[in-house]
Ligand binder design. Structure first.
Ligand SMILES: [Zn+2]
Ligand SMILES: [Zn+2]
Length: 254
C-alpha cells in the first residue's frame, strides 16, 4: 500500500528578486509552502514540515528579525502540518519518519511537533548545522529527536518505493524525495528547494542564497534527466501554478 498526500502549509510573500536574482527588486511574489505525507504499509512519513505556527503571531521572535523582514507568512486556518494531519484524522504520534529536505525555516519549522519520529537528514546538512558555520534556526533542527544521518540515497521502506535522493547545492546536504510505486505506476519526485519552480529548472536559475552553484546546477541537470528521459513527474518546492493544480490535503495525489 502506498498513498501520498500534499499538505498545505500556507504561503510566503516576499520580493521576487529573492527567487529570480536577475530581476529588479520591487515586485512581490507569493509562493506556497508544502509538506507531503507518505502512507506505506510499513509506516508513515512526512517530507518537510513547513513554517512554525508562531511565525503568524510573532514572526521576529520565531524566525529572527532578518528573515521576518524578508518573508511574510500568509496562511489560512488549518494551513500547518499538524492541522493538515488532523484533517486526515492523524496525530503527530502516528508519524514514524520525518524526512528533512534541508534546514531552511520553511521546511523544518514544525519538526519539534514530531518528537516520536525518526528524522532522516543527510549527514552533510547536519554537519553544517552543527558547525560554527550554522545559519539555520536551532529551534527548527537542534532538537532532542533521533536523527538518522544519511550518506547519499536512502530507500526508506526497503522496497524502492520511497527514496530520498541527494540534490545538493541549494544547501550542503539538500535532498529530494522520489516516489516509485511498485508495478510501474506514475513516479513523482518532490524536489523541495533543488528547484523552486518549473521556470527555475528550465532556465537553471540559481537563487542568491545558493550554497554551491556548480553543485546546484548539477542537481538540476539530474532532475531534468529524470523528468525528460524517465517520465518522472517533478513537484517543485514553491511553484504556485503547479501547486494550485494539485489535489491537496484529504484528496491523495495517488
Ligand atoms: Zn531552502
Ligand atoms: Zn523553501
Amino acid at each position: 500500500m502506498l498513498k501520498v498526500f500534499a499538505l498545505s502549509c500556507g504561503a510566503l510573500e516576499f520580493d521576487r528578486s529573492l527567487f529570480f536574482p536577475g530581476e529588479a527588486p520591487g515586485t512581490r511574489l507569493v509562493a506556497p509552502v508544502s509538506s507531503y505525507l507518505v502512507v506505506h504499509s510499513k509506516g508513515r512519513l512526512i517530507f518537510d514540515t513547513g513554517v512554525h505556527c508562531d511565525a503568524r503571531t510573532d514572526p521576529a521572535g520565531r524566525l529572527g528579525k532578518r528573515i521576518a523582514e524578508l518573508f511574510k507568512l500568509r496562511s489560512g486556518k488549518d494551513e500547518d502540518v499538524v492541522s493538515q494531519l488532523a484533517l486526515l484524522e492523524l496525530a503527530p504520534a502516528d508519524i514514524d519518519y520525518v524526512a528533512c529536505s534541508h534546514f531552511h525555516f520553511d521546511h523544518c519549522g514544525c519538526n519539534a511537533s514530531f518528537p516520536r519520529a525518526v528524522f532522516l537528514a543527510q549527514r552533510a546538512e547536519l554537519a553544517i548545522a552543527r558547525s560554527d558555520r550554522n545559519r539555520y534556526n536551532p529551534k527548527d533542527w537542534d532538537l532532542p529527536v533521533e536523527y538518522r544521518e544519511l550518506d547519499g540515497e536512502h530507500d526508506v521502506f526497503g522496497d524502492g518505493s520511497v527514496v530520498l535522493l541527494p540534490t545538493p547545492g541549494h544547501t550542503a546536504g539538500h535532498q529530494s524525495m522520489w516516489i516509485r510505486p511498485a508495478g510501474g505506476g506514475q513516479q513523482f519526485l518532490m524536489t523541495a528547494d533543488a528547484s523552486y519552480t518549473r521556470e527555475h529548472l528550465e532556465k537553471t536559475i540559481l537563487p542568491g542564497n545558493t550554497y554551491d552553484a556548480a553543485e546546484m546546477a548539477r542537481s538540476m541537470e539530474m532532475l531534468r534527466n529524470l523528468r525528460d528521459r524517465k517520465g518522472v513527474t517533478l513537484l517543485y518546492g514553491h511553484d504556485a501554478e503547479q501547486w494550485r493544480a494539485l489535489p491537496q490535503t484529504t484528496r491523495p495525489l495517488f
